[in-house]
Design a protein around this ligand. Structure first.
Ligand SMILES: NC(=O)c1ccc[n+]([C@@H]2O[C@H](COP(=O)([O-])OP(=O)(O)OC[C@H]3O[C@@H](n4cnc5c(N)ncnc54)[C@H](O)[C@@H]3O)[C@@H](O)[C@H]2O)c1
Length: 256
């Protein structure tokens, strides 16, 4: 897709990867509607981004991705101010292993609600003009991670959702591509919060021990990979971003 001139919604955009995605798209001439539960952090981010990229190119609408109604308001307000939305980045995510219901509801539920709404609003079969949905998964979406079984389950499910809806069958009907980005470890608040809500005391200790030895990548590197995915990625693509390698696509071991 042509990023310049496009309009995107990014959930979880107040900080971390969502903020980096927002800045990267703005720098390439897109307009962005940020959506997040953290109004304070989002407002501070918004002010900084508006200074660099202009008041008319970026906005914030409070949104909890566990509520479809919130997502609808984001879409309505974003489209009213910025124009036709052709890109949704389902990025909001948490790593709370103690409250598995919440983690499923935010991570998988957020991607599910967002993707279904995107099909309603962008689907050519529904009167829309087509577009792209990018679901933010993780390397944990493609491999086992014993230190985060709940988080890993949600990220695997996001890959399944992406590959299933990102099929020729659905694309022909909706004109909406569905893709996924699978980054490895980035030092954000998610990691800190995950430690507070680890699966078990043993897992908490193991994470603390390993935290400083694991290779980390920067949020900017992941944001660059997002641009690559949008510009050249095929429908249903899962793009992995890991330390020390160029981003690479991972296909399902069994074709459908
Ligand atoms: N940090 C990593 O190592 C890493 C690696 C791979 C994938 N990811 C994924 O990237 C995404 C962003 O994570 P991050 O590391 O930037 O985390 P982060 O904690 O820095 O940012 C997450 C953002 O999501 C928002 N959020 C949380 N719950 C929400 C909800 N219910 N509705 C709307 N917004 C909500 C938070 O307020 C925050 O601004 C997540 O989906 C995460 O799983 C992160």
């Amino acid at each position: 897709m042509e990023i310049t001139g496009s309009v995107a919604i990014i959930t979880g955009a107040a900080k971390g990867l969502g903020r980096a995605f927002t800045e990267s798209l703005l720098a390439r001439g897109a307009k962005v509607c940020m959506a997040d539960t953290d109004t304070e952090a989002a407002t501070a981010t918004l002010q900084q981004l508006q200074q660099s990229y202009g008041d008319d190119n970026v906005m914030f609408v409070p949104c909890d991705v566990t509520r479809t109604e919130d997502l609808k308001v984001v879409w309505d307000e974003g489209e009213q101010k910025l124009g036709y939305i052709s890109l949704l980045i389902n990025n909001a995510g948490i790593g709370n292993e103690q409250n598995w219901q919440k983690t499923i509801d935010v991570n998988l539920g957020g991607c599910m609600r967002g993707t279904l709404l995107a099909l309603e609003r962008m689907g050519v079969n529904k009167g829309g003009g087509g577009g792209i949905v990018v679901n933010i998964s993780s390397v944990a979406g493609l491999k086992a991670t014993p230190l985060g079984p709940v988080y890993t389950s949600t990220k695997h499910a996001i890959v399944g959702l992406t590959r299933s809806l990102g099929s020729e069958f659905h694309l022909k009907i909706s004109g909406v591509k569905v893709q996924s980005l699978c980054p490895s470890l980035v030092k954000t608040d998610l990691l800190v919060n995950s430690l507070k809500n680890a699966f078990s005391p043993e897992v908490g200790q193991a994470i603390t021990k390993q935290a400083n030895c694991l290779p980390v990548i920067s949020a900017e590197m992941v944001a660059e990979a997002l641009v690559k995915l949008l510009e050249e990625g095929r429908n249903g693509a899962c793009l992995m971003v890991v330390a020390g390698k160029e981003p690479f696509y991972v296909d399902s071991p069994i074709s459908s």
